[in-house]
Design a protein around this ligand. Structure first.
Ligand code: 5GP
Ligand code: MN
Length: 335
């Protein structure tokens, strides 16, 4: 904490970055820290690898976030000026995709603040707590520990709340640590309207996305009751039919876990740009989704929330997913 405090005090030009397909925690922790550091008079830029979902754009100053894939030259110039780079919700440079190159090449001091397992050592300071609910929680704890809570604005509190809320599925998993609720109390004292934030995040979809949900549940979901597992997939044509916007399927992989006894849910969808398939896995209790992701889907992640990628046609991907379920039969069937 002493070291991160010194870094936050000595820096002038800060770049905050996070992982590709930035989610609520990635954007929430980034803008939360941005609020804190700008209030301390620092020049701060939040820069993400590419597109992030519209349902996060209500956050204050979200319109100032730079997308590396759209503004490479400008981003590179800003990185070249930076004396501190903060990598949030990110444990390995590869998760920044092309943005990794200028970040790694920079001479700026680097600090990682993250809650994924197995952090790679590419930063001067690594603050990694895999037990934390979210990186946003860690940002709050750091600001609090270094005596900066008065510099956390209401907007910053909203950002941190959004990150904690989305990474715990509205406090329904990874959320047994009593401290989380002490932190929530502090955020509420900053005047945030958490009910309104929940609506902005969760009641903010297009009609087409809502109908996509119906299509998944009625037409696409395969349930393997004897394995306590389920699988659904979406190809490009299906995504197009429902006017898919990135972010539309976020969280949907959790839904099959609502089926009694289900331990593992797998969702695979084709990327709309490159020829690849994104894989999402969710599990409950001690079933290791991250091990399945590493073994079958070139990925990793948390025990109960993991992901990866495949580079093959969808029918082959489906076979791989079925093999994965078969391989973990014993654990899936255990009481
Ligand atoms: P999601 O299903 O929301 O895309 O990803 C859930 C979690 O899985 C992420 O928070 C991340 O920890 C992990 N994850 C997703 N995709 C990948 C990947 O391609 N590689 C690795 N190592 N982890 C991933
Ligand atoms: Mn996170």
């Amino acid at each position: 904490m002493a070291e991160v405090k010194r870094m936050f005090e000595q820096c002038k030009n800060v770049v905050i970055t996070t992982h590709v397909s930035s989610d609520g925690d990635a954007i929430g922790s980034s803008l939360g820290l941005y609020e804190y550091l700008t209030r301390k008079g620092k020049m701060v830029t939040v820069m993400v690898p590419g597109y992030y979902p519209d349902f996060l754009k209500w956050m204050k100053d979200a319109d100032k976030i730079l997308l590396y894939d759209r503004q490479k030259a400008r981003c590179r110039n800003i990185i070249a000026m930076a004396d501190l780079i903060v990598c949030l919700d990110l444990n390995e440079p590869g998760r920044m995709e092309e943005l990794a190159q200028p970040v790694l090449a920079s001479n700026a001091k680097k600090v990682m603040i993250d809650h994924h397992l197995h952090p790679e050592q590419f930063c001067d300071l690594v603050i990694s707590y895999p037990d934390a609910s979210s990186t946003s929680e860690l940002v709050f704890r750091i600001i609090d520990s270094i005596g900066g809570l008065q510099n956390l604005s209401k907007a910053g509190a909203e950002d941190i709340y959004a990150g904690m809320c989305t990474d715990t599925g509205k406090f329904s998993y990874n959320s047994n640590d009593p401290d989380i609720y002490m932190i929530l109390a502090e955020l509420l004292k900053k005047g945030i309207d958490k009910d309104k934030i929940n609506r902005r995040i969760y009641n903010n979809y297009t009609e087409a996305r809502f109908r996509l949900l119906g299509y998944i549940l009625s037409e696409k979901l395969q349930v393997f009751p004897e394995y306590h597992a389920s699988l659904f997939t979406l190809n490009r044509e299906e995504l197009r039919n429902f006017h898919y916007l990135k972010g539309d399927t976020e969280g949907v992989v959790n839904m099959p876990l609502e089926i009694k006894g289900t331990k593992l849910s797998i969702f695979m969808h084709e990327d709309t740009e490159k020829p690849r398939i994104f894989v999402s896995l969710r599990s409950v209790d001690d079933f290791p989704a991250n091990k399945v992701a590493a073994e079958f889907f070139n990925g990793g992640g948390h025990l109960n929330a993991a992901g990866g990628q495949l580079h093959c046609p969808m029918d082959e991907a489906i076979e791989i997913a079925k093999k994965a379920i078969e391989a973990y039969k014993d654990l899936l069937q255990a009481e």
